[in-house]
Design a protein around this ligand. Sequence first.
Ligand code: MF3
Ligand code: CO
Ligand code: CO
Length: 274
Amino acid sequence: MTYVDSSSVTGRRSGHIKLHGPEGFEGMRRAGQITARALDALVPLVKPGVTTAALDKFVFEYGRDHGAYPAPLHYKGYPRSICTSINHVVCHGIPDDKPLRDGDILNIDVTFVLDGWHGDASRMYVAGNPSRRAQRLIEVTYECLLRGVAAVRPGGHIGDIGHAIQVYAEAERCSVVRDFCGHGLGRLFHDEPNVLHAGKRGDGAPLKPGMFFTIEPMINLGGAAVKVLSDGWTAVTRDRSLSAQFEHTVGVTETGVEVFTLSPAGLDRPPLAS
Ligand code: MF3
Ligand code: CO
Ligand code: CO
């Protein structure tokens, strides 16, 4: 894998990992914060009886009111502004008119483009009172994200992230989904490198200051196997076990890592019953 200065690259995915400068960091802070604020604003809206279509509409309007565009809308034909992945849905659940039920757990994934920069983040939400095993899965998954983020430092490798996540998830008797991964992003939504959520320390591309990517582990209570439903998007666990996910957008700094999508209200942590 080779590295190029982001200002010398204009086109599509090039097979190179882009290294960004100060204006990239500034753009990503702004995009990350609008995304985090939308996720914060969703917290009081998620409860039994609410439809995911209503949450989708809220996020679309939130973006419109703040000068940000939801990157998923029409992305490769995706029909909505956000992804809402409930219970055994692993990722890319499409908002619809079914009301949430008491005990549902769901991931809401928001990506806003602001001034050309992408902020991509997701969190778990609960409708009413989830089961204890659902709550435990959410907590394990959040810890996986934190451990993945903590593994990011210049001089380290992409594989360090997956290693940290996999070791912890499996020690907690959970499995790591292999079919989807984190990704580079910046002016593009999905770019090099792929950020695997399972792996070996020291594997993969070296981490260098100026790299931007997401870490977004999907963790299952049962097996890791996934299938995509006939809508072409919705990924579910094959054994219908519960799945959870959290996502941050991060940048590698000279000394460590900057998380662009931290909640200004401190709402990143797993939710309590609502
Ligand atoms: N936000 C998702 C991610 O974390 C991607 C959603 S793309 C969509 O990469 F088309 F499914 F919406
Ligand atoms: Co992502
Ligand atoms: Co996302």
